[in-house]
Design a protein around this ligand. Structure first.
Ligand code: 5GP
Length: 191
């Protein structure tokens, strides 16, 4: 773990290290590349702002080394959930910039927890007539297994705790943390 960064003092324990993330992303990229070797018009990666930004940046570069040409799109969604939970009621704040009809899409997700957001997103992408929609999620929590959301590629199954880092925030902070960890209880107490 990097020493001396402001956030290290706020982290109770690390769940997944920076190195584990890097290795896993290379593995995921190889799998996705192998499964899409014959896609002619390339893959369209779709990420949801802002949590997926770090994963998208690293995954896209890893996939670029092994896979077909890619394009990247981002959407911004607001969920009406409060604080650390999501409700599944979603509003689009930034839509896709292009028509996705007939395209092969890979949704690049930071974390699947209840699966509600992802479930909504998949239905939305299908309604826009994508040729195929698959999901790569870097992290999955146990509840997600109960939801019928087809996540084809999963990086890590993690415990059902609120985590920060590698794009995941608490009150917009900690996204830059290069590993994923759990905050100390006093961090919640002071916010
Ligand atoms: P879901 O709809 O699957 O419950 O969760 C959707 C979104 O909630 C994720 O994309 C992520 O942005 C956020 N989320 C879920 N679990 C966590 C977590 O442990 N930490 C943080 N920071 N965000 C989370």
């Amino acid at each position: 773990m990097a020493q001396g960064s402001w956030y290290d003092a706020d982290i109770d324990h690390v769940i997944i290290s920076e190195e584990q993330i890097r290795e896993k992303i290379a593995e995921l990229a190889k799998q996705v590349a192998a499964d899409h070797a014959s896609v002619d018009d390339g893959l369209l990666l779709v990420g949801v702002l802002k949590g997926a930004v770090m994963f998208m940046a690293d995954f896209a570069r890893a996939l670029g080394r092994y896979g077909p040409p890619i394009e990247i799109e981002f959407m911004a969604l607001s969920s009406y959930g409060q604080g650390t939970t999501s409700s599944g009621v979603v509003r689009i704040r930034k839509d896709l910039d292009r028509d996705i009809a007939g395209r092969h899409i890979v949704v690049v997700e930071d974390i699947v927890d209840s699966g509600l957001t992802l479930n909504w997103l998949l239905r939305y992408l299908e309604s826009r007539e994508a040729a195929s929609v698959e999901v790569v999620a870097l992290f999955r929590k146990p509840d997600a297994i109960k939801v019928p959301v087809p996540v084809k590629y999963v990086g890590f199954d993690i415990p059902s705790e609120f985590v920060v880092g590698y794009g995941l925030d608490f009150g917009e902070r900690y996204r830059e943390v290069p590993y994923v960890g759990v905050l100390k209880p006093e961090v919640y107490a002071r916010s």
